[in-house]
Structure formats: structure tokens, C-alpha cells
Design a protein around this ligand. Structure first.
Ligand code: ATP
Ligand code: MG
Length: 420
């Protein structure tokens, strides 16, 4: 193992690719910020209890994927595997649900940790941008979130994604379905682990990726046939609202999600260019979660979009984001006096809001011009002793190659004018 290797299942974001990650986080959060969602940030770890209760003791996340640790003081903590439980915990702690109007609308962006088998698109450390709307049961809220995620992906230029939609029912109708499903599943030819899953979390069996399992599930009872009238009406309203918004989706009655807390609306964004790690984001309604973690009844809905897989999706579609050049002006001094003078000009440019950089380290003209090229700067400022004696700097347009002498005192203003 090399000394400089990041831990298994993790990778670093370095320039220039890191700029795409920043732009993706920005693009996903922009529609939320424009829709009344406020920014929330919670710790990278929580008491393990929060996830055990909030995400569910029977989920893969809690049983297999969670990084847990005992502190020197004896506290049992877990690196956060997902955002929803933490955000709800924080909202309850701050009494946000009592402070004003419901729903409490929040968005977040950060690192998440799951001990998974690393593969393309599946890492042990990954990034999500997420949104939660807490405390209101309203199909328009479910629709809003789906529409905003669609808007974010479209703004990034993604086209080959699909939205899968389902309803998981509520505490009235889901238990009835659960039992019917268990009865069906118990008669199938399944391995021991899956048999255990039938007893703790039978809906998850529907999510099994193996072809031989999927084949046996063809005639499984469908949740749709068990939805109570209230859930049916709610789901129809969500469907109608997103349809009216021109958002295309597919009904997927087999869609269940890995977390225990989902009720009613459930959805996933999948991208067809990603192979088996095709989910770029997902979410749904979680009306029971607040009570599960000891809070009041607060029906809520949210989603989380994976930043890593969204970047992979952009690469799969060949989408190049229109990222602004990091540096607009690059200054190349020749000699000590020019260093002092041009460093002053660079400082002036930066204070005027123009992205400028400088050939540090006193290299020769050739090396410095190479750096100027690599920086992507539109203009280069070059000055040597003779220029200074004449009170000018050489201003070079890197696109046209044209070069002209500009009075030193006017250099910053001239650049500001040219860069508009
Ligand atoms: P999967 O079925 O692929 O395991 P999931 O249902 O566990 O996904 P969620 O908990 O819904 O995923 O998280 C939302 C999004 O976060 C996913 O759609 C994905 O883009 C991203 N994500 C989840 N786990 C990982 C991971 N281990 N590595 C990279 N991205 C991930
Ligand atoms: Mg997973």
C-alpha cells in the first residue's frame, strides 16, 4: 500500500474535477434555495441510537453499513449514513416545528459514510445534497420536491434519467399488505438470509436485484391493490400535480426503499448510463419517523441526491458543465522591481473582483508563460525593467494573441473594461 493512498472505498476531489462537484452541489441546491428551503448543517456523527431507531434495525444500513464507534467517554456514536434522521433530530431539538409556519423546509449538503463493498458509483464516503419538508401532509409538497429535483437535473443538462414513483401506503393499509406479501414469499425458493428478511422487512425482498429472485416475484401481491382510499387519493393527487408540471415519471409498483421510515409517496431517480449503481437519488414521505425517534407526529417528505453518482451521470452523458475560468488575468513579472509592481496590480485586480493570479517563484519568461496558459486566463500582464522605465505593462490577449502596451496606472481599469 502506498503511503499516499486514500482509505479503501474513498477518493479525493482534486482540481480540475473538484470544480464539477462544487457546481453540482450548487445546481442541486439552487432550486431549493429559490423555493423557501433554509440551509441546515448537522454533525458528521450522531448517537447510534438515532439511526437504529430512525433508519431501522432491520435495514442494511444499520445492520451492515454503519460505522460505529465508542468514544473515550463511553458514548456510542455512528458516522452518519444518511441525512434525514439527523435533520429531523436537529429540527426537533431547535423546536423549528413550533417556531412558525409549517412545513419547516430545510436543505443540506455534506458527507455520508457507509461500510459497503466498494465498486463504481458505490463508495464508503460519498456526498449528498438533500431536502426535507417537515410537519405537513400535502400532496403538493411531495410534488414540489419531485419537480425541484427534476429541475436541478435538467439545469445540469442531464437527460437520460428516469423518475420511478410508487406509494407504500400508510399505517392503515401497509400492515395488511405486509402480511399478504409474507404469506406469498414464504412459499418461494429462497436462501436463508432472504427468508429471515421476509420476517423482518418483507418489502425489501421486492428490491432484490438477483434475476432468479425477481423471476419468482412476478405474481407477488401488489401494494397498489391494497392501498386504502386515503392513500389512493393522495397518490393520485401527487401524480396529477407532477404531470401538470410536465414532469415525466414511471409508476413502479415494485419500488421500495432501503429505509424503514417511508410511507406513501416513494420515488427514485435512476440514470441509464451508470450500470448497476443506477440510483442517482431517492426519497419519499416519512410520516412516522418523528414519532419513531421520540418526537410528536410530524408528517414529512424529503429526498437526497447523490453528488458522486450525479457527476458520473454527467460524464456518462458527456455533459460538459459551463464552468467559468478560474483565473481571468495572469501576471508575469521579469525582475524584482516588476515583481513588486505587478504583485500590487494583482492585488488591485482581486479587490476589484477580477480573478487574478501571479507567477510565483521567480521563474523565467518561458516557464511563466506556460503557467499563464495552463491557468486558462484570458489576459496576461507581462512587465520587465524596460516597461517599468516607460511606465507601461504589456497586456496580452491569450485568445487572439494580440499584445499592446498599457500605462501601468490604467492597467487594472483597462482589464476591468475588457472583461466586462
Ligand atoms: P443503493 O440502492 O444504490 O444502495 P440507496 O437506496 O442506499 O442506494 P439512498 O440511501 O436513497 O441510497 O441515498 C440517496 C442517494 O445517495 C443514492 O441514490 C445515491 O446516489 C447516493 N448513495 C447512496 N449510497 C451511496 C454510496 N455508497 N456511494 C455513492 N453514492 C451513494
Ligand atoms: Mg444502499
Amino acid at each position: 500500500m502506498s503511503t499516499f493512498q486514500a482509505p479503501k472505498g474513498t477518493y479525493d476531489l482534486t482540481p480540475p474535477r473538484s470544480a464539477t462537484f462544487l457546481a453540482v452541489r450548487e445546481a442541486i441546491s439552487a432550486p431549493l434555495r429559490d423555493s423557501g428551503y433554509g440551509y441546515i448543517e448537522t454533525p458528521g456523527f450522531e448517537n447510534v441510537e438515532l439511526f437504529a431507531r430512525g433508519v431501522g434495525e432491520s435495514t442494511d444500513i444499520v445492520t451492515k453499513e454503519m460505522y460505529t464507534l465508542t468514544t473515550k467517554g463511553g458514548d456510542q456514536l455512528a458516522l452518519r449514513p444518511e441525512g434525514t434522521a439527523s435533520v429531523l433530530r436537529a429540527a426537533l431539538e431547535a423546536n423549528l416545528h413550533k417556531a412558525g409556519n409549517l412545513p419547516v423546509k430545510l436543505w443540506y449538503s455534506g458527507s455520508y459514510y457507509r461500510y459497503e463493498r466498494p465498486q463504481a458509483g458505490r463508495y464508503r464516503h460519498f456526498s449528498q445534497v438533500g431536502a426535507e419538508a417537515i410537519g405537513t401532509e400535502d400532496p403538493a409538497l411531495d410534488a414540489e420536491l419531485i419537480i425541484l429535483a427534476d429541475q436541478a437535473y435538467r439545469a445540469l443538462g442531464l437527460r437520460q434519467f428516469r423518475i420511478l414513483l410508487n406509494s407504500l401506503g400508510d399505517k392503515e393499509c401497509r400492515p395488511v399488505y405486509r402480511e399478504a406479501l409474507q404469506t406469498f414469499l414464504r412459499d418461494l425458493d429462497l436462501d436463508e438470509e432472504t427468508r429471515r428478511r421476509i420476517e423482518i422487512n418483507p418489502l425489501r425482498v421486492l428490491d432484490d436485484k438477483r434475476a432468479d429472485v425477481q423471476k419468482q416475484l412476478t405474481d407477488a401481491p401488489k401494494l397498489r391493490d391494497y392501498l386504502c382510499d386515503a392513500c389512493k387519493a393522495y397518490h393520485e393527487e401527487v401524480r396529477a400535480l407532477i404531470t401538470a408540471a410536465g414532469v415525466v415519471f414511471e409508476d413502479d409498483e415494485k419500488l421500495v426503499r432501503g429505509l424503514d421510515y417511508y410511507t406513501r409517496t416513494t420515488f427514485e431517480f435512476v440514470h441509464d448510463g451508470l450500470g448497476s449503481q443506477s440510483a442517482v437519488g431517492g426519497g419519499g414521505r416519512y410520516d412516522g419517523l418523528s414519532e419513531m425517534i421520540g418526537g410528536p407526529e410530524l408528517p414529512s417528505v424529503g429526498w437526497a441526491l447523490g453528488v458522486d453518482r450525479t457527476v458520473l451521470a454527467l460524464e456518462a452523458e458527456g455533459v460538459e458543465l459551463d464552468l467559468p475560468a478560474v483565473t481571468s488575468v495572469y501576471a508575469v513579472p521579469l525582475g524584482d522591481e516588476a515583481r513588486r509592481v505587478l504583485f500590487g496590480v494583482v492585488t488591485e485586480l482581486r479587490r476589484a473582483g477580477i480573478a487574478a493570479d501571479f507567477a510565483f517563484g521567480g521563474r523565467g519568461l518561458k516557464g511563466a508563460m506556460k503557467s499563464a496558459n495552463r491557468s486558462g486566463a484570458r489576459y496576461t500582464l507581462v512587465a520587465g525593467e524596460r516597461d517599468l522605465a516607460e511606465g507601461v505593462v504589456q497586456l496580452k490577449d491569450m485568445e487572439s494573441g494580440e499584445q499592446s502596451a498599457v500605462p501601468l496606472a490604467e492597467a487594472a481599469a483597462e482589464l476591468a473594461k475588457r472583461l466586462g
